[in-house]
Design a protein around this ligand. Structure first.
Ligand code: C5P
Length: 398
């Protein structure tokens, strides 16, 4: 989500600084490179050692290193960053930012930064509500600073009200959204449905039939569509993945539930990408109690599930787009081309299972994009890169 992005995390002297540790970890695990700048007071609330370990970079507090005189260039730092995130931001720091005061490295970096700046305030409810603080927030907004609003809840003072720093995950979502807005919003006004993940077909209350799909490919597509400005409804079977920022997720389990969710929404979308690994068969009957083992073997009678993609293909109206996936172990091309016609797809993404680095669970894939007139064989790339190529093809067909 933030792969390759450079983020400066500014930490000021607030009790909420303990949440900066988790925030830093979330940014790093989303793929960002993080450099932490702390105000001198912030060191009283969270140790530089913690922040240095989590960010994997030395912490910057002073204008220069007193040991060797090495200069911490706020100008270079400001140019390096794709985003300057100040979280938590105290009333004091926001007041100084609004006035252009530059008496610490965090503030000089603010004045040097050319990237978007995002601020997550944290303070007691009365300080937050004070007209001076609100005036400073308003001034900063006018200066182009973005805010992740403080949330309601119990505060360190024991009071309950608005002033708690937003939860770290909400802040990360806001940063992802902010950086995505900087991308070209080529799909503004469009709405896509994406299916992803594995379906779960219950046998009894404890067992089920499923498959190895991780949902990574579908989630990457949902994320890419959203970053280019599209509204995305992600109908998701079971996965271990977090909801991508800016995407509406509808959780389902069985193929039947996925079918209902997709058919109900298909009319209102501009297109659908069918990435889910949907069970083709489901038990004829779901036992209401756990099935006891007996002496002999047993078999389970299965019935067909609805083919969601084929149904959407039947309902497809002029101008609507339908993209399918195929994962074949034999006669790959012939089977994929057959599916393209049978399910009325505009194009199909053929996963190659024979190539190392392709298919389930991993972060890479090897695919071919096939439509009725052409075929493009892509080399091994990350699922996120594959998603970008698929979305490029969706854009071209508009
Ligand atoms: O026919 P097959 O299942 O191989 O087709 C794969 C394509 O059809 C994928 O895009 C998959 O998401 C979709 N599909 C579906 N509903 C099913 C089975 C497959 O949407 N019941």
């Amino acid at each position: 989500m933030l792969k390759g992005k450079h983020i400066i995390l500014g930490v000021t002297g607030s009790i909420a600084a303990y949440k900066s540790a988790l925030l830093c970890r979330l940014l790093v695990s989303a793929g960002a490179e993080v450099k932490v700048v702390m105000t001198p007071l912030a060191k009283q609330f969270i140790t530089p050692l913690t922040m240095a370990t989590l960010s994997k970079n030395p912490i910057l507090v002073d204008f220069f290193n007193p040991e060797n005189g090495e200069w911490n260039s706020h100008v270079k730092l400001g140019l390096w960053a794709d985003c300057y995130l100040i979280a938590p931001a105290t009333a004091n720091t926001m007041a100084k930012m609004a006035e252009g005061v530059a008496d610490n490295l965090l503030l000089t970096t603010y004045l040097s930064a050319r990237c978007p700046v995002m601020v997550a305030p944290a303070m007691d409810c009365d300080m937050y509500a004070h007209c001076a603080t609100q005036r400073n927030i308003e001034r900063l907004r006018k200066d182009g600073v973005h805010f992740v609003e403080a949330e309601e809840g119990e505060l360190a003072s024991g009071l309950v009200g608005s002033g708690r720093m937003a939860e770290p995950q909400h802040i990360v979502d806001a940063v992802v959204k902010l950086l995505a807005e900087k991308k070209k919003r080529t799909l503004d006004g469009k709405h896509y449905l994406v299916t992803a993940g594995a379906t779960i077909e219950a046998i009894d209350p404890v067992r089920y039939i499923s498959n190895h799909s991780s949902g990574k490919m579908g989630y990457a597509i949902a994320e890419e569509l959203a970053e280019r400005g599209a509204k995305v409804t992600l109908v998701s079977g079971r996965t271990a993945l977090d909801k991508p920022a800016g995407v509406e997720r509808v959780d389902v389990l069985s193929a039947e539930e996925m079918y209902e969710a997709c058919v109900a929404r298909y009319d209102e979308v501009d297109g659908a990408v069918m990435c889910a690994a949907v069970a083709d068969y489901t038990p004829q009957q779901v036992a209401s109690e756990k099935i006891k083992k007996g002496e002999g073997d047993m078999s389970i009678a299965l019935k067909r599930t609805p083919d969601i993609a084929a149904e959407l293909g039947r309902r497809k109206r002029q101008g609507q787009l339908l993209v399918g996936f195929a994962m074949e172990t034999q006669n790959e091309t012939a089977n994929a081309e057959d599916k393209l016609r049978r399910k009325n797809f505009d194009f199909i993404v053929l996963n190659s299972l024979r190539v190392e680095g392709a298919g389930f669970r991993g972060d890479t894939n090897v695919v071919s994009l096939i439509d009725s007139a052409s075929r493009e064989d892509l080399p091994l790339m990350t699922k996120r890169e594959v998603a970008a190529r698929i979305v490029d093809k969706i854009e071209k067909s508009l």
